[in-house]
Each structure stands twice: as C-alpha cells, then as structure tokens.
Ligand binder design. Sequence first.
Ligand code: ZN
Length: 161
Amino acid sequence: MIKAGKVVELKYSLKNTKGEILDQADANDPFSYLHGAEQIVPGLESALEGLKVGDKKDVVVSPEEGYGPKSEELRLLVNRSQFPKDMDLKPGMSFEADTGGGHGMAFTVESVSGDKVQLDGNHPLAGETLHFAVEVLKVRDATDEEKDHGHSHSGDGHHHH
Ligand code: ZN
C-alpha cells in the first residue's frame, strides 16, 4: 500500500482543463517517486495515499494543491541592458537566472518591447487545474539511501548522481 517511505512507480497522464496532454509516462518508462518526500505536488500525493498495485484513479488537483496560483510578483519588467548584447531575446525562450543563494530560478520571456523585457518567473503550470489519470504499477520499500536523499533512485531518478 502507498504510504510514506514507499517508492512508487506510476503510469500516468496529465491534462489541463482543455484536455490537452501536458505530460505522461507509460509502463515502459514509468514515473517513480518517494512517497511522503514532497517529490510530487501535494494534491496528487495525498490522493495516492493508500492505493495498491493495479489501482487506477483520476485525480483533479487545484492550482493551490498543485504548482500554486500565478503570482504577479514573479512577473518582472527589466531593461534590455541587463542581458548580454548578443543575446537574441525572443518571447517564449526561457533561461535560469541566479537570484542569489546559489539557486537558479527559471524565467520565461513574455515579450520584448523597445528596451524593456517582460519576464515571467512563474512555474509553467502555475494557475493550472491539473487532471491526472494514474495507474499504480509498483510499490516497494525505499532503500536507506533513497530515504536519505529524499527521492527515488528508480528510472530517471539517477540523473543528479
Ligand atoms: Zn539520490
């Protein structure tokens, strides 16, 4: 059964309210996470609690329980001169900015007008109601190393090692 300290493998699809697929994982390349470690959005994590292998569930997650509401404070208007001269700034492009503390923050360019650049630092899924369809493929105990790291080491979980 899914509870804190278990590594879970899922097949899932994620759609927005319009029914467009935003993300998915199938049985050949399942998504794996450590339950209770806040590796996934809170609304999905609480809905998966207690499920067993083979269970299927549709979960609707509000922005508040997902990636948060869109915040106007994260939209910044900056001067073109703050970017390298040879940087070709176009709407839709994204980059990481060092906001101090060694943590990069992802920004997307919304628009460029004269010497002003409108940036959006919201998560791309902020403000979205998330529609998940999940199927539980596997549930196992987390290893001590996984508990230590706070994430699963199955599948793509190795990328940072
Ligand atoms: Zn690790």
